[in-house]
Structure formats: structure tokens, C-alpha cells
Design a protein around this ligand. Structure first.
Ligand SMILES: [Zn+2]
Length: 464
């Protein structure tokens, strides 16, 4: 909650003391400069593992304090903490701006700039997290600060929430906050998180809002057998039993199933693609009848192909650690992702049926529950109408993510959760996410920050 009168006092002080308190922020007249702030945040070490997200919490806490905004911090483990703050408004369902503060590692040998330094080059700001998701995080934070600074009443509460550990599953982050500080979610009906973004091709702008994602269901398979010397194989051994099961799984891909959310996503993509591929995307149900379409899609766009069926990747294998020793046990871990249109129990049964009756133990490591957020909600309509005013010729689509974000945690709470960012990327620009040379285009980023602020204001200010 903010004490509004105090806000201006603190904020003015902060600006007056700017040289000391905000050494890298060179914004004019009380406004923090988005590029300076993002640059500072990129250089806050939150590489996961190990995370050290307390550094990000200290970063946000410093600015919240300067702005006179009360906040809470929840420490899930030493060095791993989460921070949130609430602006109180009217009784409409609250809006949470959700971000994760951790970033994945980066190998500087493959970068053209030092990945953990914010560097400006050729109109781009480079640094790990520039896109995923420190860039969106700063856009959210500036929108939140602007609301706090505004004298206008809010028709709903707005919660700023920055959590740890998303890149490793969120167990020290959002999952921990939900389990240990449930009051942070009180009255929240909507979440804006990472996962959606805009694309720019020639002059065509398309904004995609992510409404659902593939659901991870992770298994450990193990087989036992009589151990012995590698020189005299028995008819069966732990390793051979295991690979028989894995081969059976591998040879029986899950059938193609076009669910409505995926159909809508492909239609949105198809509208921007000329020629036969565009036509196929617009009529996915017919296209998937042709094996050559499915094969070509798999080859060219594996992440899109993954939206057409449940999938399993065999990722970890463990047998003997000596070449001439037959081990008593062999293990594999399998990363399956199911479409979000049925309970995970049904998928688990399908998975077991595919193991061909091999004598393996199946242990469920993790399964999230499937959920799809409402593409017609008040928030979605508000986002679209705000962006339509600011980008009159833009198109809007809904996307389905092949990977997962923290949104499944809030969808589980019954909160309509959306992957949304108005950042516009040209083809290839987003490839730095978890990869090399992650960067945002500076001018487009500034516009995205302004768009984000307008989107949030339109949804929460009473006057709008
Ligand atoms: Zn992310």
C-alpha cells in the first residue's frame, strides 16, 4: 500500500539526491529513464543457478523505498528472495504484474559483448536478461511506479510481484510465495506475466497474448536386472530392459490433435504468411491430414510442431559407470509435455501404455495441471483496445507456449493469467533468449515501456 502524500516527498528527495541514490539513472524531472534503469538491472547478478535473487530484491527495494511504497520480502532460502508491493484501489478484481528476477547463465565466449554488462551497440541494449525478462520486468516496474505517483484513484488493486527461480521451475520463487505468503494474492483476478510479445515484419505489427502452454509431465524410468560381468550377457539386463521400453515409447509418437487454442494461434500466424504455408496454417485441421505437412513443420518449426501433439524427449540416461560391469539398475528421465486440454492422469496412462509392457518402474517426477485462460476477458479486451489506439493497424493473436512459465502457478489459483509484452521483435531478434547476444532495440523498447504503462493505466485507473 502506498501513502500517497509521502510518495511525492520521497520521490522528490530521490530525484534531488539522484546523483547519489540513482547513480546510473539520468531521467528528466522525476521520471526514471527506462534504458538507464534496465542497464542497471541487467548488471544485478541473478544468474540461476545459484540465483542470488536477493540482489534483485535489494535493487527493487531501493527504488520502492525511495518512492515511499511499502513492500514485503519473502526469503525462500539464503540468498533467494522475492519482493512484492500493493497499491490499493477499488473492489474490482486486482491486477498482478508478475516477473521473475533470475536469468539463465551465459557463455561469454559466444557473445559479442560481455553478457553481464549492459552495453549499447548499434541501437541495441545488450545483456543477459534484456528480453527474458528484465526488460519486461522494468516496463512493469515503471508502470507500477507511475500509478503510485498518479493522484488518480484506482478501480482495482495493483500488485507488483518479482520472484526468484523461474528458470529452474519457480520452487524458490512464485511457488514458495503462493504456499507461504498467500495473502499477496488476495483479491487478484488477473496476472500479466512473460510469455507473449509482439512481432514486426516490414510494417506489420502483431501482438500475441499467451493464454496457455504445454504442460510438463516428467518421468523417471528404472529397470532392474542381475548384475555381472560384461563378458557374459544374460538374456535380459537392466539396460536392455530400459532401452526396450524407451524404444517402444520412441516408436509410438502421440497422435496429432488440433486443440482450439492452437488452431487460433496458427490462424493468427498464417495471416502473416504468404503462399501455401500461410494457407495451411489458416486451415490446420486439413493440413495435419497430410503427413508431408507435419514432417516439414517438424523439420522447420519444431516448437510449432510440438503444439500439435503430446511429446516426450528422452533426456537423461544412466547405466553402469564401467564398461565391463553390467549394472543392477538402469535409469532414464523423460521430459514429456502434454497439450493442456485433458487431465494429466489421462496422459500418464497413455504414456505407460506406450512402454510396451517392458518391466520398468515408472515414477512421476513432476506434473503441472493444465489450464487455459479466457481469451475474451475484460483484461484482454482492454489490452487490445488500448494497443489498437496506439497502433491503429496492428493485429492481435493468442499464442500457446511450447515451454512453460510461472503462469501455470497462478492459473492453478484460478487467476486469469496472460503472457504479455508489447515489445516488438523483428525476425531473429528474440533468438538471444537463453542464447547468445540477448538484446533489445532501444527505441522500440522505450515505446514498449510507454505502451505497457498505457495498458496498465487503461485497466486500473478509475477515470479510464
Ligand atoms: Zn523468462
Amino acid at each position: 500500500m502506498i501513502r500517497r502524500a509521502m510518495f511525492l516527498v520521497y520521490y522528490t528527495m530521490a530525484v534531488l539526491l539522484g546523483g547519489m541514490m540513482f547513480p546510473q539513472v539520468a531521467g528528466a524531472a522525476g521520471a526514471l529513464d527506462p534504458i538507464a534503469l534496465l542497464s542497471e538491472y541487467i548488471e544485478v547478478d541473478t544468474v540461476n543457478p545459484p540465483g542470488n535473487e536477493a540482489n534483485a530484491v535489494a535493487f527493487y527495494a531501493r527504488y520502492l523505498k525511495a518512492a515511499g511504497i511499502d513492500y514485503e520480502v519473502g526469503e525462500s532460502a539464503p540468498g533467494r528472495s522475492n519482493i512484492w508491493a500493493r497499491l490499493e484501489g477499488g473492489d474490482q478484481a486486482g491486477l498482478m504484474l508478475l516477473q521473475h528476477t533470475d536469468v539463465v547463465p551465459a557463455d561469454e565466449r559466444y557473445w559479442s559483448t560481455p553478457p553481464f554488462e549492459a552495453r549499447v551497440e548499434a541501437g541495441y541494449l545488450f545483456g543477459r536478461g534484456a528480453i527474458d525478462m528484465k526488460g519486461t520486468g522494468i516496463a512493469q516496474f515503471l508502470a507500477f511506479l507511475a500509478l503510485a505517483q498518479s493522484e488518480e484513484p484506482l478501480q482495482r488493486d495493483v500488485v507488483f510481484m518479482a520472484t526468484a527461480d523461474e528458470e529452474a521451475g519457480g520452487f524458490f520463487g512464485l511457488d514458495w510465495v503462493i504456499k507461504n505468503r498467500p495473502s499477496a494474492f488476495e483479491g487478484v483476478g488477473f496476472v500479466l506475466n512473460e510469455g507473449g510479445s509482439g512481432s514486426l515484419r516490414d510494417d506489420e505489427k502483431v501482438f500475441a497474448i499467451e493464454v496457455t502452454q504445454k504442460v510438463p509431465v516428467w518421468f523417471r524410468l528404472s529397470a532392474e536386472g542381475v548384475p555381472g560381468h560384461g563378458s557374459y550377457p544374460r538374456p535380459t539386463a537392466a539396460v536392455t530392459t530400459l532401452i526396450t521400453a524407451l524404444a517402444s515409447l520412441n516408436h509410438q509418437p502421440f497422435p496429432i490433435r488440433v486443440i482450439p487454442a492452437v488452431d487460433r494461434y496458427f490462424k493468427g500466424l498464417g495471416a502473416s504468411i504468404e503462399g501455401p504455408e500461410g494457407r495451411d496454417f489458416m486451415d490446420l485441421a486439413s493440413a495435419v491430414q497430410r503427413p508431408e505437412f507435419v514432417e516439414a513443420l517438424h523439420e522447420k518449426h519444431p516448437a510449432l510442431h510440438a503444439l500439435l501433439r503430446d511429446t516426450c524427449s528422452i533426456t537423461m540416461l544412466k547405466g553402469s559407470d564401467k564398461i565391463n560391469v553390467v549394472p543392477p539398475i538402469a535409469e532414464a528421465e523423460v521430459d514429456c509435455r502434454m497439450l493442456p486440454d485433458r487431465p494429466s492422469g489421462a496422459f500418464i496412462q497413455d504414456f505407460k501404455d506406450r512402454l510396451g509392457g517392458a518391466d520398468v518402474d515408472v515414477e512421476l517426477i513432476m506434473a503441472f495441471s493444465p489450464a487455459i485462460s479466457d481469451a475474451e476477458s475484460k483484461l484482454v479486451r482492454s489490452i487490445q483496445s488500448t494497443l489498437r489506439q496506439r497502433h491503429p493497424r496492428a493485429r492481435f493473436t493468442f499464442s500457446v507456449a511450447s515451454g512453460f512459465t510461472d503462469s501455470h502457478f497462478t492459473r492453478d489459483l484460478g487467476i486469469e493469467s496472460y503472457g504479455f509484452s508489447p515489445m516488438l521483435f523483428r525476425d531473429g531478434e528474440a533468438s538471444g533468449v537463453h542464447g547468445n547476444n540477448e538484446a533489445v532495440h532501444i527505441e522500440r523498447y522505450r515505446k514498449a515501456v510507454a505502451d505497457y504503462q498505457s495498458v496498465v493505466e487503461a485497466f486500473v485507473l478509475r477515470s479510464q
